[in-house]
Design a protein around this ligand. Structure first.
Ligand code: PEP
Length: 247
């Protein structure tokens, strides 16, 4: 069984304009050998990230969302082709804010994943349960439904990542325990194997939800956790560097 390389990814959400983007990369400087490091700035800041003085070229860049259509009358949206041309190699798909604030469905996620792969970019498929679903004992059913819908668009051997992000832990300061993370990651890994067999062992499964420099090492030590997707703590170069060091 191949073990995925560790991944530390930062999702800036709707924070940091072009100036702050350049300052962040200057402050972060170069990253250590070892983990894959990625930043998802706002799409409008991708050019600033690409050209940021002092950015370690090994830091991968991505967008936080795309539209599933190739092009057309979709005011305000970003296509995969545009994101790729602007320098994105990765795309977050189905982030919980997209699902719960903007009403994105499992079918939307599947369509976006297919479009991302068609352009040769790597989707990071986000899944996770709400607090009500967890309390109602629906963890497994929710993860199963979300991941199966997304995997339906993915051929075996496709390059992608999965991020387990319990909705109740995103931006709340609440963190899943390493045992909670291990349980969910185990369920997800089993689904990937069921659908794509041993090919899927190289797919990284990241944990996301209030990861900080102080809890990153414990979470990444949890069984089946191959890296982290970080929101708030990825905005400051010093905090993000601390999380990279923990990987
Ligand atoms: C996220 O946005 O994916 C996230 C996990 O946010 P936070 O780390 O702030 O909880």
């Amino acid at each position: 069984m191949s073990t995925p390389r560790r991944v530390v990814a930062g999702n800036w959400k709707m924070n940091h304009g072009p100036d702050a983007t350049r300052s962040f990369f200057e402050a972060l400087g170069s990253v250590p050998d070892g983990p894959r490091v990625a930043i998802f700035p706002p799409a409008i800041c991708l050019p600033a990230a690409v050209g940021a003085p002092g950015r370690d070229a090994r830091i991968e860049l991505g967008v936080q969302n795309v539209h599933a259509a190739e092009s057309g009358a979709y005011t305000g949206e970003t296509s995969v082709a545009m994101a790729a041309e602007a320098g994105a190699g990765l795309v977050l798909v189905g982030h919980s804010e997209r699902r719960h604030v903007f009403g994105e469905t499992d079918a939307d996620v599947a369509a976006k994943v297919a479009r991302v792969l068609q352009h040769g970019l790597e989707p990071v498929i986000c899944v996770g349960e709400t607090l009500d679903q967890r309390k109602a004992g629906q963890l497994e059913a929710v993860l199963d439904r979300q991941i199966r819908a997304a995997l339906a668009s993915l051929p075996a051997g496709a390059r992608y990542m999965v991020a387990y992000e319990p909705v109740w832990a995103i931006g709340t300061g609440e963190t899943a325990t390493p045992d909670d993370a291990a349980e969910a990651h185990g369920l997800l890994r089993a689904r990937l194997r069921e659908v794509h067999g041993g090919d899927s062992d190289a797919v990284p499964i990241l944990y996301g939800g209030s990861v900080k420099p102080g809890n990153a090492a414990d979470l990444m030590d949890a069984l089946g956790v191959d890296g982290v997707l970080v929101g708030g703590a990825s905005l400051k170069a010093e905090d993000f560097a601390g999380i990279i060091a923990a990987a």
